[in-house]
Design a protein around this ligand. Structure first.
Ligand code: AHR
Length: 331
């Protein structure tokens, strides 16, 4: 198979391979059975969380197992937009068939996606989205409804603290300017406000979706505000929540009891903390969409059109679900 043949050869040869099976030359748009397959460039955000690693593994494994895909060129951009832009530019130079981009932040994509459009290479967004003004520059986005995730966290908060005079909240936000950070915030406060919960957002800062970031910001929260009057920590992902739990324990408090905690993702480590009583609610964000993405890549290369957003399925988990759900977690 071409995929196997390409695995051990250099960039120059790869360039030839990519050009030879470029979608511009394939008027049928159907690579199945053609014997060569598609070359796909994937500019991934980084490796900042268990979620991200699971997502990279899922996409790479699905591409490897899929005979319609000749090669997946994978770039880990280390949470750096410049590196992602450079990766996309390289994909364009190599004339890959389809570009998959998981944009680290929402803005700043107009020029590079314009270049992809000029080159006639379709772009699929995976996971995160970009600003609406650039909507014409990609075919579709496959990923989570982050606003809905925020709403789910908000709904549990409203139900849990309905009888309180005023709920005092700390928030650990994801990477500044990223779609999940922006949208999880929007959805959360939309529900708190529309349901009329009386609350006080005591502090809200970014922990950059990492455990170290979550721990260090939580330490700052604790030294600035203490923990005695705080009811809830809303962490935009598992890693930051787990880092914060460490900081709370080091401050001599009991996570899950002295302060209730919501996390988003649903990794094994997140569920283990929940089974131990340290997390009170989990909003799932599903990274395992490699197979769906490969189907989409093939259809997009064949010229099919799609709605601008294709949502992956995800649930929510409360205290009653943690133990039963833990063995099912895939990452
Ligand atoms: O974009 C998805 C988010 O990115 C996940 O919630 C988080 O863990 C990751 O870093």
């Amino acid at each position: 198979m071409l995929k196997k043949a390409l695995a051990g050869i250099g960039a120059g040869a790869l360039l030839l391979g990519a050009a030879a099976c470029g979608s511009g030359d394939d008027s049928s748009g159907d690579d199945s059975g053609s014997g060569d397959g598609l070359v796909v460039g994937f500019a991934q955000v980084g490796a900042e969380s268990a979620w991200r690693t699971a997502n990279s593994d899922s996409v790479q494994a699905s591409a490897e197992a899929d005979d319609r895909i000749a090669d997946l060129q994978f770039v880990d951009a280390q949470q750096d937009q410049e590196k992602q832009i450079e990766a996309v530019r390289n994909f364009i130079t190599q004339r890959v068939d389809v570009i998959v981009l998981a944009p680290v932040v929402e803005t700043g994509w107009t020029d590079i996606l314009g270049e992809a459009e000029q080159a006639g290479i379709p772009v699929i967004l995976a996971d995160r989205g970009i600003e609406q003004a650039d909507e014409d520059l990609y075919v579709t986005r496959l990923g989570s409804d982050f606003v809905e995730e925020g709403r789910k966290a908000g709904q549990w908060t409203v139900e849990t603290f309905a009888d309180d005079d005023s709920t005092r909240i700390l928030e650990l936000e994801g990477t500044v300017g990223s779609a999940p950070a922006n949208d999880r915030k929007t959805g959360f406060y939309e529900i708190l406000d529309s349901e009329g919960l009386s609350y006080d957002l005591v502090d809200s800062q970014s922990g950059d979706f990492t455990a170290e970031g979550g721990k260090s910001v939580m330490e700052t929260f604790i030294s600035t505000h203490g923990l005695d009057d705080i009811d809830l920590l809303y962490a935009h992902n598992d890693e930051m929540g787990l880092g914060a739990i460490q900081a709370i324990e080091e401050a001599g408090k009991v996570p899950g009891e002295d302060i209730q905690i919501i996390i988003v993702d649903g990794s094994k480590a997140g569920f283990e903390a929940a089974v131990d009583g340290k997390v009170n609610y989990i909003v799932e964000c599903n990274p395992v969409f490699g197979d769906q993405l490969m189907d989409l890549v093939v259809d997009v290369a064949g010229g099919e059109e799609f709605d601008k957003f294709i949502a992956v399925e995800e649930g929510v988990y409360g205290e009653a679900d943690f133990e039963a759900e833990l063995p099912n977690r895939q990452f």
